[in-house]
Design a protein around this ligand. Structure first.
Ligand code: TRP
Ligand code: SF4
Length: 328
């Protein structure tokens, strides 16, 4: 199956990104024809005031992907803004997208509310799903791995495809299907959403020592004062990390031992750190193989491949729009 997905370059990736999105991408690439891209134009839609080095953020993002197991031999990795056809298709799709669809988009309203500190009453932000549609249908993606929050955007994408086909009388696009990631949401070590801005995240690029410092100071069941006080793993974040990253037998043993007061929190955290290490160690090794030049050449190669495909599609699209004819 042909799959397309993108991620905005907002800074280094943490465990939450890995479990929520990347792990799924790594699985999908084995059996499918995948394209993953850095959605840097999308990042601008909410961060145009911040003077971010989006080029560097994009490269770092791709580095995180490859470290996490995305294989550039298998999947095409590229940068959205390097493939101008995304913008070209976006312009055309904007012409046929009713404002009502965008104004009614629930994520639009939510985000305006949540990001009240930012001035995002812009055309770019309102038309975010139109650009996302272009990203997807430019490559005839059949499947789009996304989180729950992105569902309305996929719905809009399908509506735009149908409207295009109807208006121009050419069935040139594939209606994309969403592939929902079962969201094993992992909270930050302080119980809030895992986020750079809360300083509560474990990054995929953290060292062993950094991981341990973060775990060591994490709060556990506050009822446990002495080492053999019985605890309740259900109120302890460290236990959530075990459930996400330790094997089943370990999880069961910790559950029982914590309730019986048979394991201390520090020992429990050491086991948790080991589980995190099991995940991060191979990532560190793959990262060590990468230098700037290598990442750059991987991206250049991906951009070229994407451009070729996108240009072909735009030829058909332009035929349909400007010559009212179907080149299939
Ligand atoms: N909007 C997506 C997000 O914030 C990123 C994105 C942009 C995307 N274009 C896409 C995801 C196309 C899937 C397909 O997560
Ligand atoms: Fe949490 Fe583990 Fe301590 Fe139980 S033993 S409270 S699960 S850290």
């Amino acid at each position: 199956m042909r799959i397309v997905s993108g991620m905005r370059p907002t800074g280094k990736l943490h465990l939450g990104h890995y479990l929520g999105v990347l792990k799924n991408w790594v699985e999908l690439q084995k059996e499918n024809d995948c394209r993953f891209f850095v959605a840097d134009w999308h990042a601008l839609s909410t961060s145009y005031e911040e003077k971010l080095n989006l080029k560097k953020l994009g490269y770092d993002l791709v580095k995180d992907w490859i470290a996490a197991g995305i294989d550039p031999q298998h999947s095409t990795l590229f940068v959205q803004s390097a493939v101008k056809e995304h913008a070209e298709l976006y312009v055309l799709l904007n012409m046929i997208t009713p404002l009502g669809w965008l104004e009614r988009n629930p994520t639009y309203k939510d985000q305006l509310e949540q990001m009240r500190h930012k001035e995002i009453h812009t055309a770019g932000f309102l038309t975010y799903p139109v650009l996302q549609t272009a990203d997807i249908i430019l490559y005839n993606a059949e499947g789009v791995p996304i989180g729950e929050d992105q569902r309305p955007h996929l719905e809009i994408a399908r509506e735009i495809v149908r409207r295009f086909h109807h208006l121009f009388g050419c069935e040139i696009f594939t209606e994309p299907k969403e592939m929902l990631t079962p969201t094993a949401r992992l909270l930050g070590l302080d119980g809030r959403k895992m986020s750079k801005s809360y300083n509560n995240a474990i990054y995929l690029s953290d060292t062993t020592e950094e991981v341990w410092q973060k775990l060591r100071t994490a709060k556990t069941d506050p009822q446990r004062v002495r080492r053999n006080d019985p605890g309740d793993p259900d109120v302890c974040l460290v236990f959530d990390y075990h459930k996400a990253l330790s094997d089943d037998a370990t999880v069961q043993k910790i559950d029982a031992d914590c309730r019986a007061g048979a394991i201390g929190c520090i020992d429990c955290k050491k086991i948790c750190a080991a589980s995190i290490e099991r995940l991060l160690k191979p990532m560190r090794e793959r990262r060590a193989q990468l230098d700037e030049r290598k990442v750059e050449s991987i991206i250049e190669e991906g951009n070229d491949k994407a451009r070729t495909e996108a240009a072909e599609m735009m030829q058909r699209v332009n035929g349909a729009v400007f010559e009212i004819s179907c080149h299939t």
